[in-house]
Design a protein around this ligand. Sequence first.
Ligand SMILES: [Zn+2]
Ligand SMILES: [Zn+2]
Length: 261
Amino acid sequence: MLRSEISPSLNSAKYRSRVRRLSNLFARFLNGCLRAVRRAATDACLLCGGATRDGNPCPACRQALPRLPPSRCPTCAVPTVDGSLCGDCLQRPPAFDSTVAALEYRFPVDAMIRRFKYAGDLATGQALGRLFAEHAAAGGAAPMPELLIPMPLHPARLKARGFNQAAELARLIARQLGIPVSQALCARVRDTPEQAQLSWDERRRNVRGAFSCSRGVDGLHAAVVDDVLTTGATLNELARALKRCGAARVSAWVVARTVPD
Ligand SMILES: [Zn+2]
Ligand SMILES: [Zn+2]
């Protein structure tokens, strides 16, 4: 008996295309699993696939990672000619006191951060956290803060993304450097639209009143941990909230900083 006689619908074009779609999906899923297993088994560099150890980029790739020039604004870490305050910080001093950024936000750092943040690749996030912790431990972060605070994500965003990338980074950095971390002292109480398309003033208005903090930060030097620093408007708003609650000093600890053209 022919199959078409039993169930003619099995031969329909719609059914065949559904099977093809499902088998494509399954093949992609299998490929992803195989890549993850291969990476774990050989401990390949997440940038070039070459040999490395402990999930870190290989020595050649680490060497090639974009770093910020040594001469930077002491407050926001934007490159300046002689390490003096930049024009923006002179004109409108932000509520945070200093910025520590391990890397410049451009290729391949931008791709690594996107892979971590939007594709949920935690191994890449851990590699980024370790790169920051090494930079801080090597003297890039003196004076050391007494407390790390991950940039809070609004509960709606957290639900959509499934994890807070800043909290993952902060936990790892805290462990590596032996500094306490607290996720409970600050909260994002207002969800705000994406900042990317907005001007600096719009960004500043956009995040007004977005955070609430507790007095647990009173008298402390706190460092806010985040993945990227762009204009600093969000960070400035959280630093304002921390200072209102008595924080003595607020540092920005970011894996990467964008450098304006
Ligand atoms: Zn490599
Ligand atoms: Zn500055």
